[in-house]
Design a protein around this ligand. Sequence first.
Ligand code: ADP
Ligand code: MG
Ligand code: MG
Length: 940
Amino acid sequence: MATKVKAKAVVRKGKPAQASAKGKKWVYLFGEVKAAEKYAGSWEGVRSLLGGKGSGLADMTRAGVPVPPGFTVTTEACNGFRTTGKFPAGMWEQALVAMKQTEKATGKKFGDANNPLLVSCRSGAKFSMPGMMNTILNIGLNDEVVDGMIKLTNNPRFVWDLYRRLIEMFGTTVFNLDDEIFEHPMAEYKASNGYKVDTEMTAEDWQALVSTFKAVFTKHVGFDFPQDVYKQLEYAIKAVFESWMGKRAIDYRRATGISDDLGTAVNIQTMVFGNMGDDSGTGVAFTRNPSTGDQKMMGEYLLNAQGEDVVAGIRNADPIEHLVGSMPKVYKQFMDITKKLEKHYKDMQDVEFTIERGKLYMLQTRNGKRTAKSTVKIAVDMAKEKLISKEEAVLRITPETVDALLHPQFDESAMKKAENDGAFFAKGVNASPGAAVGQVYFDADTTEKMTKEHKQDTIMVRPFTKPDDVHGMIASQGVLTSEGGATSHAAVVARQFGIPCVVGASAIKIDLEKRHMTVGDVVVKEGDWISVDGNTGKVFIGKIPTTAPSLEEQTELLTLLTWADEISARKGVRVGPKGYPTRGLQVWANADYPKDAQRARAYGAVGIGLCRTEHMFFEPERLPIVQRMILSETSEERTNALNELLPYQRKDFDGLFEAMDGYPVIIRLIDPPLHEFMPDEEKLLEEVITMRVKGETEGLKAKEDLLVAIKGMHESNPMMGMRGVRLSISMPEIVEMQVRAIFEAAADCTLRKIVVKPEVMIPLTGTVKELEWIQPRLVRIAAAVMDEKKVKFEYKFGTMIEIPRAAVTAAEIAKYAEFFSFGTNDLTQMTYGYSRDDAERNFLITYQEQGILEKNPFQTIDRGGVGKLMDWAIAEGRKSRPTLEVGICGEHGGDPDSIEWCHIIGNNYVSCSPFRVPIARLAAAHASLKHAGKKIAEDK
Ligand code: ADP
Ligand code: MG
Ligand code: MG
């Protein structure tokens, strides 16, 4: 099983070999994997050509794993069929040849009643789309073959059962008939004979049902079930090709971002039978637990059953461990094979197998779908097992995975309380983790409609789910089923999409007609609220509050993030001109309060990139002083008010420095326009008018004066008016007080042996002259405080770069500023000339739909414009000050794509909300790995 074939990049310009489609190879035997590799150029290419299932079967065949013989019709043939509606020239002839070779390999003959070969026709795209496309089993049966097979096997019950399955599958998958058309007469037949389960059906019963099914088929399709086995094969292959463009498959691709152009391959494979008695069986297994990641196989099997029986959750399957008792040899062989497969693919495998009369066959292997939790645990475990490197482990985790792990969970105590209050409803299998709260709906269409049109949070509840329920599942907050186990359809799909899910809550009786479900005499009606806990499998009536999970408890994630930090910290990850960092990005956080700073530290931030000080002015006991300060008529009055504020500010900063002991803390001086601290003008006017009308005089004068003052402060575009450094130059007393508070707090902390690294950030600079005016005054205050307190510590003065002019003139700005921090929200607004609120409300969606903007530039940095300005600013800034420290503190600091850009252009750090710090740490490591060793200037 050689994995990646290191072939030269094969560029097939103009596809000369395909000039005549007839000469092209459309069909590969499972044994022809070498030829496929040669043609496709890489293993990735083979997967595109033969699909995931086909390439897996071929790869297993090469490794000597027992796989029933067969062949694959390529995805290229599917794409040909899709455009013309016909098999491409030569394809069918090649399939016939491959059939002959399969006959040879098995010693059986397709359509020969004396020694029949039966095959399955299985779909399989490059990326697995479980259950989304068609598969038909038992092809090659007709009336004659049935007779012959009964003689051969002496098992008429088995053969008639196969035949009725074939007719049913043909009807439903090839001719799109409703399942019900077959299920209904079957249920009726069973009921009239007093049978409860299929196993009670006798040979005669199945035979009778075959007649019924044939009649049903003829009635609905318009002709008899085809007796020509090659006609069956042709129909089946076409049906699989067509299923690629079926609604189910298209919906699934939209939801998972798989391209329509890939097409599906078709696998024709010799049937093996798990339903030949109690020495036969079929099952599915994951080599590790797909929900928790535990290093223990999780699988289920059924004796005397075929194909879909396990996955469909129709009969209750046995856990795989039980196989060791009934078939110890097969069990051991199975464990050996799966272990080998895991080693080979270096990933958790999801396998299908069938045992025919004591002989094991592998029918599929693929990288298993799994939860976020399991993804991280498996990656970390595999790195520890030395199956993969740490770098690979880090690369395997996507930012979305980390995001999912930090998503809310039910509050423990709230859950206990609900239990005590009698809100517990039922318990099932915890199939996919997470907390879901929503209104109950009993079918996929209603669930989707209520979510999309009525904007409700919904929980989809079904006895079990089928592929055509997926749109409802995706729309819902969570899924609950009363039947099925951990490998049932509902469980697999929910895990893949990260939807909390509980399956097999068998105490629940669902009444789809009355639109309610019951446990005992407790009734939950459609539209009622429930809470579904995918972690414990418990379901509650009503809404249970959720909380953010703690990172400290997620040991594997912590380990992974530590590896990520190691990777980012490697010297030589970046190579750049003088002053550029040689390591990867650091991750800092935006935090205004000590408690945010503590969370930031807990989440792994190594600095505060933005502390906004204006929040501190809004506290109820401070706001009146702030307002008095603003309304002051003389500088002296103002200073007096500010002196009252000083102790408050000092205390705020003290807490922040203490929480960030040893790490830099960037504090931004006051930024917003002053009117934001004043009462609302309209409201005040209303009050004044009311007082006048009522003739109330007490306090009227003060209100009138205030109104006049506020009117005087009115600006027509305050966001571009007197704020930021402009305000500080007009009214320096405020920032002078702030700087004093910062340095007094820093000095006090130093005296308490706390290591402080304050960095004072001046917002909204547009010209160096502004810094030239304000910065020396502030530095003098800093020096004075240190003198007064007789301490010394590191500090910096710097500026935000959020006005395009500042970016353009960065070389001059950096003569004063010791650090830059990109305020990419404002920088984006001003570079595009969009006001964010207006843009997002009015035209941004249209722009994205029309392809004018590829992404929302407020979420992801616009590399071509805003990003270029940043790049220029850094380069220019470092030219005049090589030690310039560069960061970003806008929302973009937590966006993986923007983080990559910051790595490329030579930022020292990114700063984001504490909650996004883990994601940013991962993204920083990804950027380091992706661009390792590349020259900064050449890497853009
Ligand atoms: P899906 O992609 O929906 O899982 P598959 O092609 O894997 O569809 O087939 C559906 C079921 O039929 C699986 O359980 C598979 O193991 C079984 N099956 C497919 N081909 C054969 C075969 N040749 N012999 C026995 N069982 C088969
Ligand atoms: Mg399968
Ligand atoms: Mg700003």
